[in-house]
Design a protein around this ligand. Structure first.
Ligand code: ADP
Ligand code: MG
Length: 283
């Protein structure tokens, strides 16, 4: 049988630790890897040439920029893990809220704000949850997530987001739930890791969180995760939850989640990723 070939999209200068680990594990599993640095990408013919021999291409980054490259590769007829559609729909925080509501999965109460600031303020007054969490429908690592105590504070946050980011990206307002952040990592719809992120401040995000430890998956969380994975079309997925008392609240789903919460589990996760890509490449 022909050796499977996996394309691996990454950005940054040279291969990082994740890439080196992937390369080593893939080699052990008799898989060839072609690394494609998306920073160096200039011409679509070059890209076509690079992915030509790949059976499947993995996008290792949640970077907004990469999405165009991902779509280009899909246009060439190559299978991508995960697909660009997930970025626009599943990872969109407003869509995730709507899906959770439709499937009876507890999630913080959320509204989509008007792009007219005066209307947005009316929306917030009617919503009536203070403090309120404001976030852009996209964005990662808490960059476009903030909290406001008052209407004036909320207006400041909205203006800040609009000034900092692209022109008037949609913003949602969300009920604040005091809780650490609970990350469930899934590969091929199977839970492979849990990480509770705690921080001094209210926002516990990414690997910057001060204290990270594992937590057990209780029956309720397992049931919710199974339900969520019915509408989340992400193969390599990180779902964030919050917890109030004994109740779980689903917050968002991410593709290409971090594998580096626990150093000792990194290689195991990389192995599972290679196995998944191998299996998908065959189909
Ligand atoms: N409604 C909320 N209540 C309390 N904390 C929240 C809420 N929404 C977000 N957070 C905190 O902010 C962090 C980042 O928010 P999240 O929606 O996961 O966006 P990002 O895509 O930037 O990770 C979460 O991990 C959590 O700690
Ligand atoms: Mg998050």
């Amino acid at each position: 049988m022909k050796k499977p070939v996996i394309g691996y999209l990454y950005n940054g200068r040279g291969l990082g630790r994740d890439e080196e680990l992937f390369k080593r594990v893939a080699k052990k599993k008799n898989v060839e890897t072609i690394f494609i640095n998306t920073d160096k990408w200039a011409d679509s013919d070059d890209l076509r040439e690079q992915v030509k021999g790949c059976d499947i291409v993995y996008n290792s980054s949640g970077d907004d920029f990469l999405i165009e490259i991902e779509k280009t590769i899909e246009e060439f007829g190559k299978k991508m893990i995960d697909c660009s559609k997930a970025y626009y729909y599943t990872e969109d925080k407003w869509m995730f809220f709507l899906k959770c509501r439709e499937h009876n999965i507890p999630t913080p109460k959320t509204i989509l704000l008007s792009e007219d600031i005066a209307e947005a303020k009316k929306d917030l007054e009617k919503f009536g949850f203070w403090p309120v969490v404001l976030k852009r429908i996209d964005g990662t690592m808490g960059e476009f997530v903030d909290r406001a105590e008052t209407l004036l504070g909320a207006e400041r946050v909205i203006r800040k987001f609009w000034k900092k980011g692209k022109e008037r990206t949609p913003i949602i307002a969300q009920e604040f739930i005091h809780s650490p952040s609970y990350r469930v990592t899934l590969i091929g719809k199977k839970i492979v890791q849990t990480a509770m992120k705690n921080n001094k401040g209210w926002k516990a995000t990414g690997v910057y969180a001060k204290r990270i430890k594992r937590f057990p998956v209780d029956k309720e969380l397992k049931m919710l995760t199974d339900k969520i994975m019915k509408f989340v079309d992400i193969n390599v997925c990180g779902i964030d939850f919050l917890k109030k008392g004994e109740d779980w609240f689903a917050l968002e789903a991410n593709s290409a989640p971090a594998f580096d919460f626990f150093e000792c589990e990194r290689e195991k996760l990389a192995g599972m990723l290679v196995d998944l890509l191998k299996e998908k490449a065959r189909k």
